[in-house]
Design a protein around this ligand. Structure first.
Ligand code: 5AD
Ligand code: SF4
Length: 458
């Protein structure tokens, strides 16, 4: 049995890809191991979104290679897949020559064959180097496929054999929005939707295997337009209505939304479909219209506020989470204050905030007016303080309420406690029988901190 250690960086899409890769490799007698020191193959599924993320990949590769040379005197087969693979391509072999395989995310169905080739080659090289007394080393050949193409990987993937209670299903690949700061259109290619049939078959299989929460993934999930059974273009709302019909599916989420693509059909569905969780992840990125325009975000602050209020009118339980970028080129103090202002107005409940990171081959990286790192750090801190306030206020407002919690884990710190997520993805901790892990329970919330809620089963 060949052992592989798979490390995943970045977004939910990579987590999803990794889970499918585990199933794919199992069909080829390759087994996952948690032990990073004892694998025949190391696969890094990588993220390129910010500089820090991609730098981490190279330091991780160096660290692991050194570790293996020290422990075993030889390297495992290294494969770099995902967004760094697509963006850096051949360059990876220059920076880390011990890597054998570089593969983009749309090509990972080719991974088993490439890994087999690389393993066989390693064996031959090791033998040649033992035979060769002069110590002339044969060089490893490098296997690369960083093309971007349609949906062929989905057709090649085996049916998933097991699932967590919370399952992810990719409905769409790529992005056509071309925000000026973002590498995704380059690393994941053009937007393309899977057919309804393909998605529904996957959901059906997952719910039969025990999944109760389905998370639909797409870079711009609102633009989902896969073909339905009549060959007509479907929509995210239509797809969700069909998924809601599966009896075992109790909760449905979708991510990530693009504000100006959010449809009235979806707003209405939030009012009528109880399985649809009332948390909308709606990245705004910035509060100033000037900055939004330079980012090529196709909405204004006013339009965003209108959408937020339409959502809350349709269903008063709805809460909104978001992403922010601070220090975009030419962002002034006044622009930044508008970001703080929008946080106060929308009262987001969980957010991610980032310092703008100039990325290769993006429009914004070439703009004049790049902002000093010190200013970016200062704005990030101020924004995080404001976000924390609004998250804190929301958490406190949950005290006394009854919330529905899907329990997924036994607490590692508090004996006798189990942990789950409520409708809003807040962690909820409860003293209860561990047998309840995997079930959904009504919990009366008794206390709240910034990080989690505590309560009791009612
Ligand atoms: N710099 C900083 N943050 C970025 N994001 C995307 N590209 C960049 C960049 N170049 C953030 C956006 C996006 C999230 C996934 O990552 O906020 O919503
Ligand atoms: Fe990147 Fe913008 Fe597409 Fe999101 S919508 S993936 S931020 S280009």
């Amino acid at each position: 049995m060949v052992l592989f250690h798979l490390k995943t960086f970045g977004c939910q899409m990579n987590v999803y890809d990794s889970s499918r890769i585990v199933g794919l490799l199992a069909e080829h007698n390759m087994e996952p191991t948690e032990d990073e020191t004892n694998a025949d193959i190391i696969i890094l599924n990588t993220c390129y979104i910010r500089e820090k993320a991609s730098a981490k990949i190279f330091s991780e590769l160096g660290r692991l290679n050194k570790l293996y040379l020290r422990l075993k005197g030889k390297s495992p087969v290294f494969a770099v897949i995902g967004c760094v693979a697509k963006a850096e391509g051949e360059n990876i072999f220059k920076r880390a020559p011990f890597v054998s395989i570089v593969l983009s995310s749309q090509k990972y169905h080719l991974l088993p064959e490439l890994l087999k080739k690389a393993l066989a080659e390693k064996e031959i090289i090791a033998k040649e180097n033992v035979d060769n007394k002069k110590g002339k080393k044969t060089k490893l050949s490098h296997l690369i496929n960083t093309e971007l193409s349609g949906l062929e990987k989905f057709a090649c993937l085996p049916v998933t054999k097991n699932t967590e209670k919370i399952a992810f299903v990719q409905v769409q690949e790529g992005c056509d929005k071309f925000c000026t700061y973002c590498v995704v259109p380059n690393t994941r290619g053009r937007e393309i939707s899977r057919t309804e049939k393909d998605v529904l078959e996957e959901v059906n299989n997952l719910q039969k295997l025990g999944a109760v929460e389905i998370n639909l993934l797409g870079q711009n999930v609102d633009c989902y337009n896969g073909l339905d059974e009549n060959g007509e273009k479907s929509s995210l709302a239509k797809l969700i209505k069909k998924i809601a019909k599966f009896e075992n599916v109790k909760r449905i989420r979708y991510t990530t939304s693009y504000p100006s693509e959010f449809s009235d059909e979806m707003i209405e569905l939030h009012a009528t479909e109880p399985k649809l969780m009332p948390l909308v992840y709606l990245p705004i990125q910035a509060g100033s219209n000037e900055v939004l325009h330079k980012m090529n975000r196709r909405y204004t602050k006013e339009q965003y506020l209108e959408l937020a209020s339409k959502l809350k009118n349709a269903n008063p339980n709805i809460q909104i989470s978001s992403d922010f970028i601070v220090g975009f080129p030419n962002e002034t103090e006044e622009d930044f204050e508008q970001t703080l202002d929008i946080v106060r107005k929308v009262k987001f409940i969980q957010c991610y905030a980032f310092k703008y990171s100039p990325r290769p081959n993006t429009v914004a990286a070439k703009m004049d007016g790049q902002i000093d790192l010190k200013i970016k750090s200062d704005r990030l801190k101020r924004l995080q303080t404001e976000l924390r306030k609004s998250q804190d206020a929301f958490n406190k407002s949950c005290i006394g309420k009854v919330m529905s919690v899907l329990f997924t884990d036994i607490s590692k710190v508090d004996d006798g406690y189990i942990i789950g997520k409520n409708e809003y993805l807040q962690p909820v901790i409860v003293k209860a029988d561990t047998k309840l892990v995997g079930t959904i329970q009504n919990i009366k919330i008794e206390s709240a901190s910034y990080a989690n809620l505590k309560g009791k089963i009612i």
